[in-house]
Design a protein around this ligand. Structure first.
Ligand code: GN1
Ligand code: MG
Length: 369
């Protein structure tokens, strides 16, 4: 079966009406396979997003969908209560013929389908401080929408996802196993990662010690996980809800900085180009802290910048671990992709260490405003 035939089969399971026109592959994500499909109905193009969930990463995809539906329904209700139509502000998933929000294919595929939000765009990286500030508002608002969500209803989609202590253990196991004989080629990066250990595990330990509260968090706050209105560039909806779980607000803040405030791409080879763009850092802080400020504890406020460093080190460590394991987790587009990504994250983390005081000062300023 060709890819297109498979896509058509999935579309028919979701009873997408109208005449099929075409599809395109969206290559942003590192985990799931994402396609946009175009149908023609009532004189108009209707577009949908089809995703094949990565079941190596998400061992229990049904639970992932239960979380996603619970969260989107919760947000939809809140938006509707304000008298606004939620259509463009939260994802709408389609039911398959059997009533479930997913369908399976014979080759073991697990698929879901949502309507494409009209006139929306997303960005791999925030090109301007204005987009970063809007991204801050989007994730801050998301945090507020879910602040009273019943946490016990959420499944843990990936256990220990931001448990940096355990991430270091796994990293050491991968070094010991050296499954692909790559350890000898990446010794400086391994050392670098280990150097960060004390700092990068501090927040997790604070949470365990009761110094930082668990909240419902998104856990993958890349700029590419926000849809913006294509004209006004106002945020519409947060997407990719696969990892919504209890977590630390500083990690949601921090991962957005890691992904959005880097002066280079996540997989930049030339690490001289990698640094934190402080204007974008400040813009995101203004948007995010402006939205959540009132709900933060004193320790949370103090931990935001450390959250950025923690997420950057953790992400670098995850890329490097996957490189050592033989690239089983993240999609790669060339053989040393995970290694290049890891080296870039560590360079960004180095730059953050030098800018820690400045970052903390900016956060403090917006918390007090
Ligand atoms: C993955 O699926 P995607 O590309 O949005 C990963 C995140 C990483 C990110 C790095 C479930 O996100 O944790 O931070 O890549 N998602 C999962 O770009 O592991
Ligand atoms: Mg994701």
């Amino acid at each position: 079966m060709t890819e297109e035939e498979q896509i058509l089969r999935v579309c028919s399971a979701f009873q997408l009406r109208g005449e099929y026109r075409s599809y395109e592959t969206i290559t942003y994500g590192h985990i799931n396979m994402t396609y946009k499909v175009y149908f023609f109905r009532d004189g108009e193009i209707k577009d949908y997003i089809l995703q094949r969930l990565n079941t190596y990463v998400f061992k229990n995809p049904v639970e992932v969908m239960e979380n996603t539906i619970a969260v989107t329904e919760y947000i939809r209700k809140k938006i509707k209560e304000t008298g606004v139509s939620a259509k463009r502000y939260v994802l709408h998933y389609q039911r398959a013929t059997d009533g479930e929000y997913y369908t399976r294919t014979e080759d073991g595929g697990f698929w879901r389908c949502s309507r494409f939000i009209d006139d929306s765009v997303s960005f791999l990286r925030a090109e301007t401080p204005e987009v970063m500030e809007e991204a801050g508002r989007a994730f801050g608002e998301f945090q507020l929408y879910l602040s009273d969500f019943p946490v016990e209803k959420l499944h843990i989609a990936i256990p220990h996802f931001h448990n940096t202590v355990m991430r270091y253990e796994t990293f050491r196991e991968s070094i010991r196993a050296d499954a692909c004989g790559r350890v000898k080629d990446v010794l400086p990066e391994i050392d670098k990662c280990l150097e960060f250990e004390e700092t990068a595990t501090a927040m997790y330990k604070m949470q365990r010690g009761g110094e930082l509260p668990l909240r419902v968090t998104h856990n993958d706050t890349k700029c590419s996980n926000i849809l913006f209105d294509k004209d006004s560039l106002r945020h519409l909806s947060v997407v990719d809800l696969d990892t919504v779980m209890p977590g630390l607000v500083g990690f949601d803040f921090g991962d957005a900085i890691r992904a959005g405030a880097n002066t280079a791409d996540e997989d930049e080879r030339d690490i001289k180009k990698v640094s934190v763009d402080m204007e974008k850092f400040e813009a995101f802080t203004r948007g995010f802290i402006g939205a959540v400020r009132g709900s933060l504890t004193a320790n949370e406020k103090k931990s935001m910048a450390l959250g950025a460093l923690t997420m950057t080190v953790e992400c670098g460590m995850r890329f490097l671990t996957d490189y050592l394991d033989g690239d089983k987790y993240f999609h790669i587009y060339h053989p040393d992709h995970n290694f290049v990504r890891a080296r870039c994250q560590f360079a960004l983390a180095d730059d953050m260490i030098g800018k820690m005081d400045e970052m903390n000062e900016i956060v403090r300023k917006y918390c007090e405003e």
